[in-house]
Write a protein that binds this ligand. Structure first.
Ligand code: MG
Length: 158
């Protein structure tokens, strides 16, 4: 049996925060604001996986009112998400994600993001696709007010 899922997330770009995307720290003058490390890409992946399994969303399982998740590395949330769907018998098939950011240039970091996500989810690297786009300076991403990420996934069980 297979199921598809979709996830979308946005975080605000601010000064004085580290920029984490796909579990990788990226040098930039701005970083994403959030209760966790605000890794918008990982959050979209988690929501896609939870959605595919019919298991609500990341905010339901890891509420930002809970002190235990303050500043947490989103790789831990992804690991927990994979364990949550595994508790219902689901394995990750593949994920395909897109990050929309005007800056910085993400292309050089994509192999590291794919490797990191694959390792955390326990899947082969070719099961993980990360794409990056600008929004041609349009919208909040284009004005560098924030970064958005969307993700589709396939999960499978016997
Ligand atoms: Mg988020």
């Amino acid at each position: 049996m297979i199921r598809v899922g979709y996830g979308y997330d946005v975080h605000r770009l601010v000064e004085g925060r580290a920029l984490w995307l796909g579990g990788v720290r990226i040098e930039h003058t701005l970083g994403l604001l959030g209760h966790s490390d605000a890794d918008v890409l990982i959050h979209a992946v988690c929501d896609a996986l939870l959605g595919a399994a019919g298991m609500r969303d990341i905010g339901y399982h890891f509420p930002d009112t809970a002190g235990e998740y303050e500043g947490i590395d989103s790789k831990i949330l992804l690991e927990k998400t994979v364990a949550l769907i595994a508790s219902k018998g689901w394995r990750v098939g593949n994920i395909d994600a897109t990050v929309a950011a005007q800056r910085p240039k993400l292309s050089p970091h994509i192999p590291a993001m794919q490797q990191t996500l694959a390792r955390v989810m326990g899947v082969e690297e070719d099961c993980v696709s990360v794409k990056a786009t600008t929004t041609e300076r349009l919208g909040f991403e284009g004005r560098e007010e924030g970064i958005s990420a969307s993700c589709v996934c396939l999960i499978e069980r016997d």
